[in-house]
Design a protein around this ligand. Structure first.
Ligand SMILES: *Cc1c(COP(=O)(O)O)cnc(C)c1O
Length: 350
């Protein structure tokens, strides 16, 4: 298969002869088979679609490459987005590769260090506002309305087009769609994109079944669960700290058409799952990404029987984005020892 989302999935994307084809290596991320958590869940097979392996460390790259290609095709020389961090890292990387002026608007104090470091390194113009993601998005939309700038948030339909390719990869690798797919939900573009992908693959005859989509928000930012906008969303999972999802209606459609659900997990559940996934499966994700598996674990605790099911949890972003959380949560994970063999050997019995 050719490298990158544009070249690999040309026939499924809004690409024509004027669309530039390029890649930073996005897509074809690993579908990691669970060895340990699968036993607790009691299902047939459990997989983690690890989107943290994309070039900037999150699934945003799949959609960004398409959005940026379409902007360049139109002759646009500047892109902008609001972001909780990952969209800005991705926009800044592709913007740098294509020589575009990239402006990002982020909520001050609520962007993980790694993500901010990326945007700075890639040379984006960064506006940090004293407001949350939802107000950053309003400002970004206005910028794009008033200037020749392409908005590369997931409101941009090309983002959704690129992101749907993750569903294709899952079907190709398992040989069919899983029975259940768990996914973190923030602005709700990704759950909409997966549903589009599974439906298109089905309609084209590449699969014969659909998964039920189980979307998980953080309890302190769960408007799709309560049906009400959250004016002040609050959660440790900053990537899904969103009170008024832009793709609200599409997420509800994905939920209902797939026969699934959208529910929430607490910050405690998110953090314990985040630690579990790293320590028992070797998959280090950022906190928001753990909400999918946290949701599955919650359903198991509530008594759901998963026998004979093939389940995929989407793990949306890389743990290296947010190193502070990992260290803050278990500050006493290491001891200090004298600089000699005997002292250090004691680490074995600790
Ligand atoms: C963007 C993002 C999400 C949320 O995706 P939406 O499309 O906004 O629902 C979840 N996890 C990570 C790591 C993200 O970067």
């Amino acid at each position: 298969m050719p490298q990158g989302v544009l070249a690999s999935y040309k026939q499924f994307l809004p690409i024509n002869e004027d669309t530039p084809i390029f890649t930073l290596g996005e897509g074809q991320t690993p579908l990691i088979k669970s060895r340990n958590i699968v036993k607790t869940i009691g299902c047939e097979e459990l997989y983690f679609k690890f989107e943290g392996c994309n070039p900037t460390g999150s699934f945003k790259d799949r959609g960004m490459v398409v959005a940026v290609a379409k902007a360049v095709e139109k002759g646009i020389e500047a892109i902008a987005c609001a972001s909780t961090g990952n969209t800005s890292a991705s926009a800044a990387a592709y913007g740098a590769y294509l020589g575009l002026k990239t402006t990002i608007i982020v909520p001050q104090g609520n962007v993980a260090t790694g993500k901010l470091a990326q945007a700075i390194a890639y040379g984006a113009h960064i506006a940090m506002i004293k407001g949350n993601f939802d107000s950053a998005l309003n400002i970004a939309r206005e910028l794009a309305d008033k200037h020749p700038i392409e908005l590369v948030n997931s409101l941009n339909p090309n983002r959704i087009e690129g992101q749907k390719t993750a569903a294709f990869e899952i079907v190709d690798e398992i040989g069919k769609a899983p029975e259940l797919l768990y996914i973190p939900v923030g602005n709700a573009g990704n759950i909409s994109a997966y549903w589009k992908g599974f439906k298109e693959y089905f309609e084209l005859g590449f699969s014969t079944n659909f998964p039920e989509l189980h979307g998980y928000q953080a309890e302190g930012a769960s408007p799709l669960v309560t049906g009400k906008v959250f004016e002040n969303p609050e959660t440790v999972a900053t990537a899904i700290r969103i009170g008024n999802p832009a793709s609200w209606d599409n997420a509800i459609t994905a939920r209902d058409e797939s026969g699934g659900l959208i529910d929430s997990v607490t910050d405690e559940e998110i953090i314990s799952t985040y630690q579990l996934l790293a320590a028992s499966e070797g998959v280090f994700c950022e906190p928001a990404s753990a909400s999918s598996l946290a949701g599955l674990i919650k359903e198991k605790k509530n008594g759901t029987d998963f026998q004979n099911k093939i389940i995929v949890c989407v793990v949306t972003g890389n743990g290296l984005k947010d190193p502070e959380n990992a260290i803050k949560i278990s500050p006493a994970s290491y001891g200090e020892y004298q600089n000699d063999y005997q002292s250090v050997e004691k680490v074995l019995i600790n």
